[in-house]
Ligand binder design. Structure first.
Ligand code: CP
Length: 325
C-alpha cells in the first residue's frame, strides 16, 4: 500500500475542533443564503468529486453530488456496488480501488459497510477522502451527518452549548457515535438517552465521552425527559425490521407534554419511531436538517478543494489496522 498521507481527508469527527465547527457553520450559512438567491457558484470549478457508495444511501450521496454541482464541480458516481469491481464477486480491494480513483477525481466520498473502511481508503489514496459512513457499532463514523446535526442544532438553539438533547433509539449507529463525539467540543451539553439494553454504548465509549465532559445519562421515561429537553434526536434502529418499543416512539401525543420549544431531529430514513403525523408539528425539524445537507457539504468540499481555500481542518484520521472485509 502506498504511504501517501491523505492530509486533507475527513474520515472522523475526531479530526475537527470547535473552531472548525464554527468555520464550517459560517460557510454553510453563507452557502445556504447564496443558494436561496439562486446564485451560480464556481468555487470548485474544474474539480471532480467521485462518490463511491458500497452501501445504500439517498441523502448523503445525492446531497454531496448536489453540493459539488452547486459549487461548479463535476461528479463521478458509483452508486450500485454490484456494478463495480469492488462490490461485485470480484471483490477488488479497497486499496486498489483508491489508487485507481486517484487518476479520475480530485476527492472521493466513500460509504462502506465496514468500520475503518474510509480510513483504510484514505491511507491508500493520493487524493482527499471523505467518510460518508463506515460500518456500525464501536468505531463506526458518519462525520458529515454530525456536521449537519450540529449545524441544525446551532440554528435551532443558538448553539449546541448548554443544550439538553434527548437521544432515542439504537446508540450503536454510526451517526450516534459521531454526534456524541462532536458534542464533546461544546460546553455544558446534557444527553438523556433512551435505548434498549443491547444497543447501549460500550463502557469504554461511555467513559471516553465522560472524560471529555459530555454528560450522558440513560433514562426510561421519554415523556418526562422531553419536558426538559431542547432537542429530541430520534434515530430509530439499524435494522429496519426491528420492532421499536412503544416508549421509544416520538408521536404527536408524546410531544404534547414536551417542552413547548422542543424540536425533533432525525438523520433519516425513519421507521415507526417517528410517524408522518409529526410532520405537521411546529416541532418537526428533520426535513430542514436533511436540507442542510447541501450547504454543509458544500462547506466541506470547499475547504478541501477550493484553490486558495483556508487550510483544510482535517489531518488524516486514525490508522486503520486491518483492511475492512
Ligand atoms: N442520513 C443518512 O446518512 O441518510 P442516507 O443513508 O440516505 O445517506
Amino acid at each position: 500500500m502506498r504511504n501517501t498521507p491523505a492530509v486533507r481527508s475527513l474520515v472522523s469527527i475526531e479530526q475537527l475542533g470547535r473552531s472548525d465547527f464554527e468555520a464550517i457553520f459560517s460557510a454553510a450559512r453563507s452557502y445556504r443564503a447564496k443558494l436561496a438567491q439562486g446564485g451560480r457558484l464556481r468555487e470548485i470549478s474544474g474539480k471532480i468529486v467521485a462518490t463511491v457508495f458500497l452501501q445504500p444511501s439517498t441523502r448523503t450521496r445525492l446531497s454531496f453530488e448536489a453540493a459539488a454541482l452547486r459549487l461548479g464541480g463535476e461528479v463521478l458516481s458509483l452508486s450500485d456496488p454490484s456494478a463495480s469491481r469492488a462490490g461485485s464477486e470480484w471483490r477488488e480491494s479497497l486499496a486498489d480501488t483508491a489508487r485507481v480513483l486517484d487518476g479520475y477525481a480530485d476527492v472521493v466520498v466513500v460509504r462502506h459497510p465496514a468500520v475503518g473502511a474510509a480510513t483504510y481508503f484514505a491511507e491508500a489514496s493520493g487524493i482527499p477522502v471523505v467518510n460518508a459512513g463506515d460500518g456500525a457499532g464501536p468505531g463506526s463514523e458518519h462525520p458529515t451527518q454530525t456536521l449537519i446535526d450540529l449545524f441544525t442544532i446551532d440554528d435551532l438553539c443558538g448553539s449546541p452549548d448548554g443544550a439538553t438533547i434527548c437521544l432515542v433509539g439504537d446508540l450503536s449507529q454510526r451517526c450516534v457515535h459521531s454526534l456524541l463525539t462532536g458534542l464533546c467540543a461544546f460546553s455544558d451539553v446534557s444527553v438523556l438517552a433512551r435505548t434498549e439494553d443491547e444497543t447501549r454504548l460500550t463502557g469504554e465509549e461511555h467513559d471516553r465521552l465522560a472524560a471529555r465532559g459530555l454528560r450522558l445519562r440513560y433514562i426510561d421515561d421519554v415523556r418526562e425527559a422531553l419536558r426538559e429537553s431542547d432537542i429530541v434526536y430520534a434515530c430509530g434502529h439499524e435494522d429496519p425490521a426491528h420492532e421499536v418499543p412503544e416508549g421509544m416512539r416520538i408521536g404527536p401525543e408524546v410531544l404534547r407534554s414536551a417542552n413547548p420549544g422542543i424540536r425533533v431531529l432525525h438523520p433519516l430514513p425513519r421507521g415507526p419511531e417517528l410517524p408522518p403525523s409529526v410532520d405537521a408539528s411546529p416541532a418537526a425539524a428533520y426535513f430542514e436538517q436533511a436540507g442542510n445537507g447541501v450547504p454543509v457539504r458544500m462547506a466541506v468540499l470547499e475547504r478541501i478543494l477550493a484553490p486558495g481555500a483556508r487550510d483544510a481542518p482535517v489531518p488524516c484520521g486514525p490508522a486503520a489496522a486491518v483492511p475492512p472485509a
